[in-house]
Design a protein around this ligand. Structure first.
Ligand code: AKG
Length: 270
C-alpha cells in the first residue's frame, strides 16, 4: 500500500477520464454480464491515461521496491456500481507453465489506483497473504473455472464468492496505490454504498530484462491478438503514442515462440 500517490487534482482528472470510458456500463445487459466484476474497460480508450502509466511517484515507488525498469502491459477500469456484489476470488498469472511462476520474485505486478475512498462497505480489495507462493483451498475451485460465469455470478454459493478466515481487507483513500503480485489471490467486498467505486488496475512487468525469452516473445504489439498484451492504439496523436511506446516493453524481434497462456498453477505450487 503506497498512500497518496495521486493528488486531489489528479484523482479528479482520472475520474473524469474514467467516466467517459464507462458510458457503456449504463447498459443493463452489460451490468448483468459483469455484476461480480463491475466493468472491464481498457484504460487505453483515453490517451490522457498515458500520464498515469508513467506516473513519476508510482515509478519511484517501484524503484524503491527494487524494480528499476517497469514496463506497462495493459490496464483496466474496474467500476463497481452502487449495491453490487463482491468480486470473486482470482489470481491473474498467465505464466504458470513456466518456472518463473514458482520463484519468489514477482515477474508481473498489478498497480491498483483508487479514485474514491474505499472500505469494506463499498468494495475495497481483499487478499490472501502468501497465496502467490503457497497453495490455498481456493486454487481448486478456480482451476479451469469459467470466468464469464463468475463475472455474471451464476452461482453465488460457489467457494470463490465466500469469506475466508485468512483474508485481509485493504481499505484505501482516493489517490492511494496498492501494488499486487499477479499470483496473489484477491477479490473485493461488495459495494453496499450509494456511490460508484472506481479503481484503475495497471499491469506491469517490473523487470523485463529478467524475463525468459518466451515471455518477451509475447510482446509483438499486434492489435487484436489479446487486449492484455502491450499495444499502441491506432489513431492516437504521435506525441502521445511515442510517450506510451517508451513505457512499453520493447517489441520482441527474435525467433522464439511465445509461451502459451496458462492460468492455473500446477503441482509445483505447494
Ligand atoms: O478492485 C477491483 O474491482 C478488482 C481488482 C482486480 O481484480 C484486479 O486488479 O485484478
Amino acid at each position: 500500500m503506497i498512500p497518496g500517490v495521486l493528488d486531489v487534482d489528479e484523482v479528479r482528472r482520472y475520474r473524469a477520464l474514467a467516466a467517459r470510458i464507462l458510458a457503456p456500463q449504463q447498459d443493463r445487459g452489460y451490468q448483468e454480464k459483469h455484476v461480480a466484476i463491475g466493468s472491464l474497460f481498457d484504460l487505453l480508450r483515453e490517451p490522457g491515461y498515458v500520464d498515469l502509466i508513467g506516473h513519476p511517484r508510482a515509478l519511484a515507488a517501484l524503484r524503491r521496491l527494487g524494480f528499476d525498469e517497469p514496463r506497462y502491459e495493459h490496464g483496466i477500469v474496474f467500476n463497481k456500481l452502487p449495491r453490487t456484489p463482491r468480486t470473486f476470488w482470482h489470481q491473474d498469472c498467465i505464466t504458470w507453465n513456466h518456472p518463473i511462476a514458482y520463484e519468489p520474485e514477482p515477474h508481473e505486478l498489478i498497480l491498483i489506483y483508487y479514485l474514491v475512498d474505499t472500505t469494506p462497505h463499498n468494495g475495497c480489495l481483499r487478499v490472501i497473504p502468501g497465496s502467490h507462493r503457497r497453495r490455498h483451498a481456493l486454487h481448486e475451485p478456480l482451476h479451469g473455472a469459467c470466468i464469464p460465469d463468475l463475472e455474471r455470478m451464476r452461482d453465488p454459493s460457489s467457494p470463490v464468492f465466500q469469506i475466508y478466515p485468512d483474508e485481509v481487507s485493504l481499505p484505501a483513500k482516493a489517490g492511494d496505490l496498492v501494488v499486487v503480485d499477479v499470483r496473489l489471490l484477491h477479490a473485493t467486498h461488495a459495494n453496499d454504498g450509494d456511490e460508484e467505486r472506481t479503481a484503475l488496475s495497471l499491469w506491469y512487468a517490473p523487470s523485463v530484462r529478467d524475463l525468459p525469452e518466451c515471455v518477451r516473445a509475447r510482446y509483438t504489439f499486434r492489435t487484436g491478438v489479446d487486449g492484455r498484451l502491450p499495444y499502441v492504439p491506432e489513431g492516437w496523436p504521435e506525441d502521445v503514442a511515442s510517450r506510451l511506446r517508451a513505457l512499453l516493453p520493447a517489441p520482441y524481434e527474435g525467433g522464439v515462440a511465445p509461451l502459451p497462456w496458462h492460468t492455473d498453477p500446477d503441482e509445483r505450487l505447494r
